[in-house]
Design a protein around this ligand. Structure first.
Ligand code: HEM
Ligand code: HEM
Length: 394
């Protein structure tokens, strides 16, 4: 037999080939989940698609370094010159795609304000700022590159099979070893099973644990329900709020990565004076439909009945205590979604010079009843939401 590829080159070839097959299966299933209007399944499958895609990118780097250190065997002399050039062109184009495809996916995710997480273990940095137009252009590029890969890989595979079955030469044998081929196959089977079937099942709306989870959440909700604190008449002047310098935002975890959202429509009625805490009180009404997470798809999912469903949230507080210096806590703060009021802990600082109040609260979305049905599962969307409020008086 002609000189074979090194063991490293053979393993890398079949592992990457296996992951590409898995990658395409996950993408197609995610597309079907979108068509079937099962957004949690789509989110979960795409999260796995991104993790596998980034694995391919890292392996492609290893493969190119390996190749530079271990040059591939030259082709046997009986191969026609045009075939030598055709194979060189195809191989370099395939290498190019092993970088271009994951990079376009990574850019696309960054442009749509979805940071890329690697199997929920760590997050890759965003490459570009969120931008709707760029996102749709990159989506088209990603799709085009995946079609190009499909075409080139098909020609590549056909050429390999022609050499093996028609020319009966050793070209295919040079890159195959039983171990490397088996590993590639095993990755496809285990991957499709674990990252495809199992993920789909786990993110399924008909999951049996749903009813149990609903019951425990309902129990938690009823245990924590409280009436809205009575707002007593106060003599303190009402703040004239400077909305341009005030904001309400939240951050939460989705598919292992953080995202943030802001509400553009909200009104606050604040009477706060650190010298007269007993007279101070605050009510903030947030129109949840005005949420902006820098991704239209995610915003429209949040508008569904399982999430905000056009509701309004009302924050009320009328008892405050000093913690240290200019740090305060609202001791009876509640957050009210529709008919239910939930006690929350709200700590804030007051900057007297700029008449600005900045506070934080950590909310348990399950207790608040936000993200019901299939979304009760916290594997893909985190349970806790951090809210940040900055309110400035003119
Ligand atoms: C070699 C690696 C990759 C391959 C072969 C691949 C392949 C594909 C394919 C075939 C689709 C379906 C396109 C269509 O027909 O609409 C797709 C969609 C997608 N890919 Fe990849 N991909 C790769 C890497 C990545 C990476 C690294 C990311 C992100 C970090 C990513 C993110 C996405 C997203 C978000 C979609 C859905 C786009 C949409 O329709 O909204 N991909 N990919
Ligand atoms: C999408 C999956 C695949 C990709 C991305 C891919 C990519 C590549 C690349 C970049 C090379 C060049 C290696 C080098 O010289 O450094 C190569 C070699 C090779 N590939 Fe693939 N391959 C894939 C699937 C397959 C399959 C399924 C077969 C067999 C049916 C195959 C057969 C071969 C053969 C025989 C060689 C060695 C060619 C030679 O000796 O010049 N490949 N492949």
């Amino acid at each position: 037999m002609n000189e074979p590829y090194t063991a490293g080159a053979r393993y890398l070839h079949w592992v990457i080939a296996g992951l590409i097959v898995l990658q395409v299966v996950l993408a197609k299933w995610a597309e079907s989940a979108a068509d079937a209007n099962t957004p949690l399944q789509q989110l979960a499958l795409l999260a796995n698609h991104k993790s596998i895609g980034m694995t391919i990118l890292m392996l492609a780097v290893v493969r190119v370094i390996w190749r530079a250190l271990n040059p591939p065997p030259s082709l046997p002399s009986h191969i026609a010159t045009w075939q030598v050039w055709a194979s060189k062109t195809a191989h370099w184009s395939l290498y190019g795609l092993l970088f271009a495809l994951p990079l376009s996916g990574w850019l696309m995710s960054s442009a749509s304000a979805y940071a890329v997480s690697w199997f929920n273990l760590f997050t890759f940095p965003d490459l570009v700022a969120a931008d709707e137009l760029l996102k749709s252009q990159l989506t088209q590029i990603h799709e085009l590159l995946s079609q190009l890969l499909f075409f080139l890989a098909s020609v590549h595979i056909l050429a390999a099979l022609f050499h093996h079955f028609r020319d009966k030469d050793d070209i295919l044998k040079r890159i195959i070893s039983p171990g490397s081929l088996l590993l590639g196959l095993a990755l496809v089977i285990v991957g499709v099973w674990q990252l495809g079937f199992a993920t789909q099942k786990q993110a399924s709306p008909t999951k049996s644990t749903d009813s149990q989870q609903t019951t425990s959440v309902e129990a938690a909700i009823s245990a924590m329900q409280k009436t809205i604190p009575e707002v007593v008449a106060s003599d303190l002047p009402r703040w004239n709020i400077d909305y341009a310098f005030s904001h309400i935002e939240f951050s939460a975890e989705q598919a292992g990565a953080q995202f943030t959202g802001r509400f553009s429509e909200w009104q606050a009625e604040i009477q706060f004076d650190p010298q007269q805490l007993d007279q101070s009180q605050a009510t903030v009404t947030i129109h949840l439909a005005s949420v902006n997470t820098q991704d239209k798809d995610r915003d429209s999912t949040l508008d569904q009945p399982e999430w905000f469903g056009g509701r309004r949230a009302q924050f009320s507080a009328s008892h405050f205590e000093v913690l240290t210096g200019n740090e305060y806590v609202a001791t009876n703060a509640t957050l009210n979604f529709g008919a239910q009021a939930h006690p929350i802990e709200f700590k804030f600082t007051y900057d007297a010079q700029n008449t600005t109040l900045s506070g934080n609260a950590r909310l348990d979305r399950l207790v608040l009843g936000i993200g019901t049905g299939e979304w009760l599962d916290t594997t893909w969307v985190g349970q806790f939401v951090d809210v940040k409020v900055v309110v400035k008086a003119e």
